[in-house]
Design a protein around this ligand. Sequence first.
Ligand SMILES: NC(=O)c1ccc[n+]([C@@H]2O[C@H](COP(=O)([O-])OP(=O)(O)OC[C@H]3O[C@@H](n4cnc5c(N)ncnc54)[C@H](OP(=O)(O)O)[C@@H]3O)[C@@H](O)[C@H]2O)c1
Length: 221
Amino acid sequence: MPTYLVTGSSRGIGLEYCRQLQQRGDEVIAVCRSVTDEIKSLNVETIAGIDITSDEAVAKLTQQVGDRPLDVLINNAGIVERFGLTDLNLDSIRRQFEANAIGTLRVIRALLNNLKNGSKIAIMTSRMGSIEDNTSGNSYGYRMSKVAVSMAGKSLSLDLKPRGISVAILHPGLVQTRMTNFTNSGITPETSVKGLLDRIDELTLENTGTFWHANGEILPW
Ligand SMILES: NC(=O)c1ccc[n+]([C@@H]2O[C@H](COP(=O)([O-])OP(=O)(O)OC[C@H]3O[C@@H](n4cnc5c(N)ncnc54)[C@H](OP(=O)(O)O)[C@@H]3O)[C@@H](O)[C@H]2O)c1
């Protein structure tokens, strides 16, 4: 039974990843800052108290995972803070870099020894981190931090290919979660994660480093 580790599992897309993986019979390690009733009700293994912006917390994560091999590491934890040019907030930009870009890379580095030949890494970036697709401006911190994490994913795909580890850089679509204030124009977490898991299932060393929409479309950088 393959083992999947999911960060940001307390709610939203991360919670739904855990739900669908458990339903199809995979082993799930749900990593979160605080355990929610929803994640508790899934009865999956939970590692709580892991803020991905903290070296100490992520060292604790390495310790708790131990030497267990991971088949798939899903880096899903992330934040959005919406500030534009007129209310530019540099501290907010730093916070989003810390969580979305540096935090993601910190977790991957911490668990690299648990990945083996054939393992996969999924990185939840955003279409808002596509430079070519940016037609509306704004959201400086979110956009910049997601470009950064996408770039990390591309480098990882090249650096880890010789070790047989593949990397998917994924956009979930516009999804009805707390991050989007459960927008009516979004798709449900169920639909998004179904597509995301299809992409992860199809990930190989041949297509490693691709930037995909959950629906299978290849997105421009
Ligand atoms: N929803 C969308 O339309 C959309 C679109 C594009 C990309 N994405 C990306 O998809 C991912 C999941 O988004 P979502 O919509 O499910 O968001 P969400 O409902 O806001 O959930 C975010 C998750 O990340 C966790 N998290 C945030 N900061 C963290 C930190 N410092 N350390 C550990 N965990 C942290 C949260 O934990 P707490 O409960 O402890 O806060 C929560 O579990 C994010 O990376 C997001 O950028 C979402």
